[in-house]
Design a protein around this ligand. Structure first.
Ligand SMILES: C[C@H](O)[C@H](O)[C@@H](O)C(=O)CO
Ligand SMILES: [Mn+2]
Length: 418
């Protein structure tokens, strides 16, 4: 396999060179773009605070594939398997409910010490960590409101949780030498026709302002806010809509999170990138795959994933876009889900880096739309797969679906015993 891969790579390199593309440069660039893998694929978004509790907030993990991680050690072991099968730089994205503690810790009292094991683990693997306050699956979010709650006491609880989360996030950044991107997503919304659509939004805006009031070192921590169209049980009104957060991030200059599953079915986040980057300093992407609803299926190498990667590469947004993943499929092997989704995100980036963008831009600027379409289509059948396999080889991970054997072995030996 190795020799064939190398031969195919040499031919592919030549083929791309004929097209004006430097394959080595593309691979080098790919090595500077981390993809942040989300912890919640490993255990169906349960966390370790109250794993037997229900997942609420209008999100759902469907399926009951055996072997989900039941504690932090199992989750770390599972992620380690996935990390070893994905080439290039990765980060890891934690939710607050993945804390570790001997006794119960209220959300508004979380501290860096509760994530000390995660930081040691990340240090050993030279991974950056990202973070999320968890504003769901809790008695005080049971009626569907958190930061926009009408009850000041409940609202304050969630404000304090988000503030505590910022401290944890900044500590990650300080410890690991790379800023932690902290994404605030709240499920707040209503199931049915809502009369006062304004007041909850006013409260959310004020609550967020209070959360962000302390200035933190941007070398350690980056604030991001995530909009949504609707949730299960909150179909009629979402307080933190797209327009709400676009306005918020623009006026406060926070990062904006675009989740591929959080828009109308025919709306694509790839087309939003060039718009929002005019107004916000940074973007956090939740690369996902909506199927009918925000169903968080595993990321495919499909048109939208490719279009997202093209936007990042064509606009050279490498320092401004943080690429995170967001899916939680409990119907297939969860480690395989991580590997499939993350490898696909990276394949899309590589394909985008192998595009002769300068040439295509010139053709477009000259108004030759026939050539633009012809060349764009021809790109699709160039031998990018040979470059991908070589990239995997250089990173010491399986070049093809051979990685599935590793996952199956682990499933037989470890997951099946849970
Ligand atoms: C678990 C995550 O916080 C969640 O998926 C969020 O990012 C989201 O997209 C909610 O729909
Ligand atoms: Mn998301």
């Amino acid at each position: 396999m190795t020799r064939l891969t190398e031969q195919a790579f040499e031919l592919a390199k030549q083929r791309y060179a004929d097209n004006g593309v430097d394959v080595e440069a593309a691979m080098e660039q790919l090595d500077t773009i981390p993809v942040s893998m989300h912890c919640w694929q490993g255990d169906d978004v349960r966390g370790f605070e109250n794993p037997q509790g229900a997942l609420t907030g209008g999100i759902q993990a469907t399926g009951n594939y055996p072997g989900r991680a039941r504690n932090a050690s199992e989750l770390r072991a599972d992620v380690d398997v996935a990390l070893g099968l994905i080439p290039g730089p990765k980060r890891f994205n934690l939710h607050a409910i993945y804390l570790e503690s001997d006794g119960p810790v209220e959300r508004n009292e979380i501290e860096p010490q509760h994530f000390a094991n995660w930081v040691s683990w990340a240090k050993e693997r030279q991974l950056g960590l990202d973070f999320n306050p968890t504003c769901f699956s809790h008695p005080l979010s049971a009626d569907g409101f958190t930061l926009s709650h009408a009850d000041e006491r409940i609202r304050q609880f969630w404000i304090d949780h988000c503030k505590a989360s910022r401290n944890v996030s900044a500590w990650f950044g300080e410890q690991l030498g790379t800023p932690s991107v902290m994404n605030i997503w709240v499920p707040d919304g209503m199931k049915d026709v809502t009369v006062d659509r304004l007041a909850p939004r006013q409260r959310l805006m004020q609550a967020l302002d209070e959360v962000l009031s302390e200035k933190l070192n941007p070398a350690h921590h980056i604030d991001a806010v995530e909009s949504k169209l609707f949730g299960i049980g909150a179909e009629s009104y979402t307080v933190g809509s797209n327009e709400f957060y676009l306005g918020y991030a623009t006026s406060r200059q926070t990062a904006l999170t675009l989740d591929a599953g959080h828009f109308h079915p025919t709306e694509m986040i790839s087309d939003k990138i060039s718009t929002v980057m005019l107004y916000v300093p940074r973007l956090l992407l939740h690369v996902s795959r909506p199927v009918r609803w925000d169903s968080d299926h595993v990321v495919l190498l499909d048109d939208e994933t490719q279009a997202i990667a093209h936007e990042i590469v064509r606009q050279k947004l490498f320092d401004k876009v943080h690429i995170g993943l967001d899916f939680f499929d409990a119907s297939i092997n969860r480690i395989a889900a991580w590997v499939i989704g993350t490898r696909n995100a990276k394949k899309a980036l590589l394909r985008a880096l192998l595009e002769p963008t300068g040439k295509l831009r010139a053709i477009e600027a000259a108004g030759d739309y026939t050539a633009r379409l012809a060349l764009l289509e021809e790109q699709k059948s160039l031998p990018w797969q040979a470059v991908w396999e070589s990239y995997c080889l250089r990173h010491g991970v399986p070049v093809d679906a051979g990685w599935l054997r590793n996952v199956r072995d682990y499933e037989e030996q470890i997951l099946s015993q849970r």
